[in-house]
Design a protein around this ligand. Structure first.
Ligand SMILES: Cc1cc2nc3c(=O)[nH]c(=O)nc-3n(C[C@H](O)[C@H](O)[C@H](O)COP(=O)(O)OP(=O)(O)OC[C@H]3O[C@@H](n4cnc5c(N)ncnc54)[C@H](O)[C@@H]3O)c2cc1C
Length: 448
């Protein structure tokens, strides 16, 4: 053995020593994980507290908030955030990024910063199964046992109403005309489409039901129209809305469409697409109207993330889309050690980042009180939602609301709701500044 080989071996031994000295509790050890060094990472997770281990799956607006608050409420808890993305890129404000009003850096944040600044562990991996009996989460990098589990995986798309099982069509819609309501790759594709658009119709759709971010399809319509107008592009945004009218900030969006974008927006309420002809680039509505498009971003219905089904916490066969939880404690029915938070919830709250983040405080309190043996008192999540309608200068409208339980119909409704829908003059530009300030404040809350 030459000197080089000896040094290599010595290095390998030191590295192995360092790895095994991480040594967390033996209950995390997985023989399969040790056979395969790629998936052994979970076995080496350091503990950040001597108390119960709480695994939070999903580092979105909700999961980040749960992890941070829980560590504050129960410092001895060993909190692990499991997230499949390497970097956080924000969905909120991405519409502004599409048209160059903010740069990518504004949207991008480090999960490591969030974890280091708030004393919890970030574990970069993807969860593919959960054994609730054994209290184990399986990831592509090994498995981890838990005392408490929070599922905050967000939404999935549901194309079935459009595709009726046609997988090729679904694949084409997903990849060639992405909705832009889940991943940053989708946003990047849409940005390319906008920047390379020559002329013709650009179709956007707005689904029915409680879809993610009620105002975002209308905001996107305004901002793409604004981009076409300011860059002299002979394009028209056609918004096909399944709802009978604009679902939120109606007055503000209608006036923006009519006053600023008369020649650039065609709003089609109560419109369902029945047929896609992607080869000839047409869609046919249920009333038989055929609309030609040069490009599009088709936003389908949404459902709870499939992980809920995998973990066996989704509702019944019909409503399996969302989590089967107590709407006040967020505990899975029949399993007080598992919680769901964020857009995967079944309650009719707005599927928004602000709501999910503020709800994260409530969920963390609920878990903390369970750990500490205290009585939990529900409080309302809060929705603050700015929507931009124009750029240079940025003009926005907004809504603020809490929620209240309605005993009569057994659901939550808006409470103390207030909107500001006048985008003209100072109120619009002040709200424009407020939009970016709101986002900066939320990123600070989650990452510092
Ligand atoms: C274009 C657009 C504009 C928006 N504008 C606004 C706005 O102005 N204001 C506002 O408040 N909200 C806005 N929203 C809505 C907001 O983004 C969502 O409501 C919010 O992200 C929901 O938070 P969440 O934590 O439930 O889900 P997400 O933020 O989607 O987080 C879920 C996380 O779980 C991870 N995950 C999923 N499955 C797994 C798995 N198996 N293993 C590991 N990790 C997993 C995902 O990678 C993701 O990071 C907007 C959304 C879009 C798309």
């Amino acid at each position: 053995m030459n000197r080089r080989d000896m040094l290599k071996l010595a290095g390998a031994t030191v590295a192995t020593g360092a790895i095994s000295s991480y040594g967390s509790s033996t209950k995390d050890m997985d023989s399969k994980a040790h056979e395969n060094p790629i998936i052994s990472s979970a076995a080496r997770l350091p503990r950040n507290g001597n108390g119960p281990r709480v695994i939070v799956v999903g580092g979105g607006w909700s999961g980040l908030s749960v992890a941070k608050r829980l560590k504050q409420f129960v410092p001895q808890a060993d909190v692990v955030l499991v997230e499949q993305r390497t970097t956080f890129v924000s969905c909120p404000i991405s519409n502004l990024w599409l048209v160059g009003e903010v740069d990518l850096e504004f949207l991008t944040h480090s999960f490591l910063d969030a974890a280091n600044n708030n004393n919890y562990t970030f574990f970069h991996s993807s969860v593919y199964d959960v054994d609730r009996k054994k209290q184990i989460v399986y990831t592509n990098r090994g498995y981890i046992s838990y005392d408490y589990l929070v599922l905050a995986p967000g939404i999935d798309y549901d194309y079935s109403r459009w595709t009726h099982g046609d997988e090729e069509l679904e694949y084409k819609l997903r990849t060639q005309y992405p909705a832009g309501f889940r991943t940053h790759s989708e946003h990047a594709t849409i940005k390319d489409k906008i920047e390379n658009f020559d002329e013709g119709n650009f179709i956007l759709t707005c689904p029915g039901g409680n879809y993610r971010c009620l105002p975002a399809p209308y905001e996107r319509t305004c901002l793409i129209a604004d981009y076409f107008k300011k860059n002299g592009i002979k394009g028209k945004v056609i918004l096909m809305d399944e709802n009978v009218d604009i679902t939120i900030k109606k007055k503000g969006f209608h006036s923006a469409f009519n006053e600023m974008y008369k020649d650039y927006v065609t709003y089609m309420p109560d419109t369902k697409i029945e047929k896609f002809d992607l080869k000839n680039k047409t869609v046919t509505t249920e009333f038989g109207e055929v609309v030609k498009f040069a490009d599009a971003a088709f936003y389908p219905h949404v459902r709870g993330n499939k992980l809920l089904e995998i973990a066996g916490v989704a509702k019944d066969a019909i409503n399996k889309a969302e989590a089967h939880i107590d709407p006040f404690t967020y505990q899975v029915i029949g399993d007080p050690h598992v919680y769901c938070s964020g857009d995967a919830r079944p309650m009719g709250f707005s599927k928004s980042g602000n709501t999910s983040n503020s709800e994260g405080h409530v969920v963390a309190r609920s878990i903390a009180d369970h750990i500490l043996g205290k009585k939990f008192k529900w409080s309302s999540p809060h929705t603050t939602c700015y929507s931009a309608v124009a750029t240079k200068p940025l003009r926005s409208i907004f809504v603020n609301a809490d929620y209240k339980w309605n005993k009569a119909n057994g659901s939550f409704g808006f409470y103390n709701a207030a909107t500001m829908e006048n985008w003209h003059g100072k109120s619009g530009t002040n709200a424009g500044r407020g939009t970016k300030e709101w986002a900066s404040g939320m990123y600070r809350d989650m990452f510092s």
